[in-house]
Write a protein that binds this ligand. Structure first.
Ligand SMILES: [Zn+2]
Length: 597
């Protein structure tokens, strides 16, 4: 949006006789072909306008917005060749992800290349005999320029593929042809082709399409569409009018997971049995609500740094705890408000988020805004020590949203909520503006009527413990008491059976294993001289009491090494929420107002 505005202003300055629409800028035109889809290739033919320059430079994005890691998509590109006026012209690699093409003064050049498409994630491409899933960043080479140039895409489908689906605007008169007003929109609009199963429903006069591709034969499309509509309606009640022209819920039924948000669509992945068990279905509905809620939070109300995107480098941002964490909070809230989960199921998911924060040693090392900034090198490049040194901004952001929502409700005497504050933020900073951290704090404080400086300084900008008492008291909740008499012996090494061996996969700071010197990749062979089988650690620890001193025999790079460990105490799970038995009518009413009846 920002790029479009800049380009429009520049054009108006040059030529003021008539309003200039983006359509007057000559588009880049792509044709996608799948001559041998079983080999996982998409063949791309592109026509680029040259503006009569002697050469043009084209590039592929190296990352996808919403997934913060440099991924070098250009490694799957091969056979880049160009012609102008039917004659071959020179192509030269000018960076890892750029190509320079000699035009010979021609008004346009045609470029052909192939992309290997066999990575089943929501940010990459997959082509096989029966279908294709195409994302913009790893597919479309675009011009190196600041212009908000339209990009048009036409798909030639193999025989047997009947349909394509995308949130891009269809071009009239040509089947499977779409138009994006700029490159951002193209990157933001995944395309699937094959024989998708679709269901359509309408909310507020807007068309919503559930698209299932992969193997949806066991997926209950009717039930899913009915429940997704309830999530849309719950989202509309929380955030106000629907701001998209239409919305596509694209779910690949491919027995893997993940989700990525877009402005007018999302792309998720799920198992073929998703709708068959309540637990997996509820998880999927939560994923749906998360990616859908992003249409407001991050796609239209965004951190100021997330636009215009630099597709060739890291884009640093401190407020992913809002963009991801608040979205995660709302995901489960919306599922509950839509009547798709019980209060108990909701409290379980919130407890999971609190637990994920509270058992992680890194919460006391790195603030959540610093974790957001470093996501490119830590969250998306996690190793065995990552939990010790940094916090995950998804659950911590969700817990901050929970605490902030309660703070706003309490401070305003129950007249305002986080919904009101998010709507106010959307009105003030939505669209091309974006917010700074201070601006986000300010709008939250204004709506609550309270001074929230101390709240954000502690919860967001420090690595101090979060403070739960106020929120729990407001709703009449408590952490389920744990009985210290049932405490069990605790070692503290994370382990995994591997080729019949019990292997340490990580050691959390502050545990007996950490203090005694057990290391990642150690094989635990025996405790007190008695062999432990790959799946036997839990049962063996039940033979000991907290405080017992044991000898753990490990094989470290095959050398047997005895390690003395004083076992700690595992008092169970102290971070599980429940309604207090003595909760007042006012507290119960505040829960009903928060989560529905
Ligand atoms: Zn997200």
């Amino acid at each position: 949006m920002f790029l479009a505005a800049v380009a429009g202003a520049a054009l108006l300055a040059m030529q003021t006789t008539a309003p200039i629409a983006a359509q007057s800028i000559e588009p880049i035109r792509y044709t996608l072909r799948f001559p041998a889809p079983h080999t996982h290739y998409v063949e791309v033919e592109v026509s680029y306008p040259t503006l009569r320059q002697p050469s043009i430079e084209i590039y592929m994005a190296v990352w996808t917005p919403g997934s913060y890691l440099i991924r070098e998509y250009e490694r799957h590109v091969e056979g880049v060749a160009a012609s102008a006026g039917g004659q071959p012209v020179a192509v030269e690699k000018s960076r890892k992800n750029r190509w320079r093409i000699t035009t010979g003064g021609a008004p346009s050049v045609t470029v052909r290349y192939r992309v290997y498409a066999r990575e089943m994630t929501v940010r990459s491409n997959w082509v096989e005999a029966g279908f294709a899933m195409m994302n913009g960043a790893p597919t479309f080479l675009t011009l190196v320029e600041r212009e908000a140039r339209p990009h048009e895409v036409r798909l030639e489908l193999p025989a047997g593929w009947k349909d394509s689906a995308t949130a891009l605007a269809p071009m009239t008169g040509t089947p499977h042809a779409y138009r994006a007003e700029d490159f951002d929109t193209l990157v933001d609009s995944p395309i699937v082709a094959g024989n998708p199963v679709t269901r359509t429903f309408t909310v507020d006069g807007k068309r919503h399409v559930l698209v299932l591709e992969g193997d949806p034969s066991l997926f209950d499309a009717d039930r899913a569409a009915t429940d997704v509509q309830k999530i849309v309606e719950a989202g509309r009640r929380a955030m106000g009018p629907l701001l998209y022209p239409h919305y596509y819920f694209i779910n690949m039924v491919v027995d893997t997971g993940g989700g990525l948000e877009h402005k007018n669509s999302f792309l998720t992945m799920s198992g073929r049995f998703t709708t068959r068990t309540e637990r997996s279905y509820l998880n999927w509905l939560s994923l749906v609500a998360h990616e859908y809620f992003h249409n407001w939070n991050v796609k239209r109300l965004r951190p100021i740094e997330l636009g215009p995107f630099d597709y060739e480098a890291e884009n640093y941002v401190k407020t992913l705890w809002v963009a991801e964490g608040f979205t995660d909070y709302y995901a489960d809230v919306l599922v509950r408000r839509a009547g798709l989960s019980t209060l108990g199921e909701y409290l379980d998911t919130l407890s999971d988020q609190i637990e994920a924060v509270q058992i992680r040693p890194g919460r006391l090392v790195t603030s959540v805004d610093a974790a957001s900034y470093d996501t490119w090198i830590k969250q998306y490049r996690a190793d065995e020590n990552t939990p010790n040194i940094t916090i995950d901004y998804y659950p911590k952001g969700a817990v901050i949203a929970f605490l902030l929502d309660a703070r706003i409700r309490k401070a305003s005497g129950g007249t305002k909520t986080l919904d009101d504050a998010m709507q106010a933020a959307l009105q003030r900073y939505g669209g091309a503006k974006g917010y700074t951290p201070q601006q986000f704090y300010q709008v939250m404080a204004e709506v609550s009527g309270a001074d929230l400086k101390g709240f954000f300084a502690r919860a967001v900008e420090s690595a101090e413990e979060l403070e739960y008492t106020e929120a729990l008291d407001y709703y009449g909740l408590r952490f389920r008491p744990v009985d210290p008499r049932t405490a069990r012996a605790f070692l503290g090494a994370l382990t995994r059976p591997q080729d019949g061996r019990l292997v340490v996969t990580g050691v959390r700071r502050g545990t007996p294993a950490y203090d005694a010197g057990l290391n990642t990749d150690d094989e635990i062979v025996a405790i007190d001289g008695v062999r432990i089988r790959a799946d036997g650690l839990g049962a063996r620890l039940e033979q000991y009491r907290p405080g017992d001193r044991v000898q753990v025999l490990v094989a470290r790079r095959d050398k047997l090494t005895p390690i003395e460990v004083t076992l700690g105490s595992d008092a169970g799970r102290p971070w599980r929420l429940e309604l207090r038995p003595d909760a007042t009518a006012a507290q119960k009413a505040s829960i009903a107002k928060w989560l529905g009846q």
